[in-house]
Design a protein around this ligand. Structure first.
Ligand code: ATP
Ligand code: MG
Length: 149
């Protein structure tokens, strides 16, 4: 279906500002306004990445900036947080089912499925997800999907 990205992002930002008061959640739409994709699946990917950005950031620096832009025949969604970061040696593990980085941030009620689920969904949608992170500084997740408009 044809998704209006501005409407989609507004809805998500409103929902998560309500869910997480004080969370600084922003988005920027660059040169792209609509996308043919499954809105529910894309929403699940956003949900997992937003929940993670909130959970794995310290009180007072809970923020997430989502930038959406085109690159060749792909659309990119960049999620940048200022959270606790992920050790370099763990980066290859975090997309595995039930994998969680050992830290005091490991919360009850989290099982380590969010990113594995995102990766499977995105593969199903002919997309992908990558991560960059600096321990103590923050993480960037880059989601790519084919740009069908
Ligand atoms: P679930 O998503 O099932 O509730 P979870 O959040 O622990 O549990 P994932 O979303 O798959 O599981 O993430 C796996 C691990 O990667 C997390 O346990 C956490 O250690 C690390 N991680 C994920 N996102 C971030 C982030 N934005 N900043 C720092 N660490 C992260
Ligand atoms: Mg998660």
């Amino acid at each position: 279906e044809k998704v209006n990205l501005k409407d989609f992002c507004e809805k998500i930002v409103n929902r998560y500002q309500l869910k997480y008061p004080g969370f600084d959640l922003q988005y920027e739409l660059k040169d792209v306004s609509t996308l043919h994709t499954d809105q529910v699946l894309l929403g699940s990917v956003f949900q997992n990445l937003i929940d993670n950005a909130y959970k794995y950031s310290e009180e007072g620096s809970k923020s997430l900036k989502i930038t959406i832009f085109k690159q060749k025949k792909q659309i990119m969604f960049k999620f940048v947080d200022k959270g606790i970061g992920i050790p370099r040696s763990e980066l290859i593990n975090i997309f595995k089912k039930f994998y969680r980085v050992k830290s005091q941030y490991n919360q009850q009620g989290s099982v380590g499925l969010g990113l594995a689920f995102c990766k499977e969904l995105l593969n199903f949608m002919d997309g992908d997800i990558q991560v960059k992170s600096t321990l103590g500084k923050g993480s960037t997740f880059l989601v790519t999907l084919p740009y069908v408009h």
